[in-house]
Design a protein around this ligand. Structure first.
Ligand code: AMP
Ligand code: ZN
Length: 112
C-alpha cells in the first residue's frame, strides 16, 4: 500500500534498523523505544488491523519471530511482553499490523 509507513519500510523507501527479514516477515527496532529492547515484527503483506487478519500461519510467524529474536538478543529468559494494538481503543497508530516486543526491564504495569 503506497501511503503506508510500514510498507515503505518494507520497500526500503524509509530506513529502519532491521533485526530480521525473510520473504514473509520483517523485524526492526521501534523508533521510539519504550524499553531497553523494543522492536516490531510485521508481515510483508499489508494487513491494516488485527481485525483484517485471517492467516493463522502468518500470525503465528510474527510471534515465533519475536521470540526467536528475544532469545538471540539474550532477554528471553528474563522475560518480555508481546503486544498487538487494534484500532482506537487499542491505541493503534500505524495501520499495518505489528507485534511489539518489549524487554530488558521489568514491565511496571499490567496490561491496560
Ligand atoms: P502502535 O501504537 O501499536 O500503532 O505503534 C506504532 C509504533 O510504531 C510506535 O511504537 C512507534 O514508535 C513506531 N514507529 C513509528 N514510526 C516508526 C519508524 N519509522 N520506524 C520504527 N518504528 C516506528
Ligand atoms: Zn502497509
Amino acid at each position: 500500500m503506497t501511503d503506508c509507513l510500514f510498507c515503505k519500510i518494507i520497500a526500503g523507501d524509509i530506513p529502519a534498523e532491521k533485526l530480521y527479514e525473510d520473504d514473509r516477515v520483517l523485524a526492526f527496532k521501534d523508533i521510539n523505544a519504550l524499553a531497553p529492547e523494543h522492536f516490531l515484527v510485521i508481515p510483508k503483506e499489508h494487513i491494516s488491523t488485527p481485525n483484517d487478519a485471517d492467516n493463522a500461519e502468518l500470525m503465528g510467524e510474527l510471534s515465533l519471530t519475536a521470540t526467536r529474536i528475544a532469545k538471540e538478543r539474550g532477554f528471553a529468559e528474563s522475560g518480555y511482553r508481546l503486544v498487538m494494538n487494534c484500532n482506537a481503543d487499542g491505541g493503534q497508530v500505524v495501520f499495518h499490523i505489528h507485534l511489539h516486543c518489549l524487554g530488558g526491564r521489568k514491565m511496571t504495569s499490567p496490561i491496560g
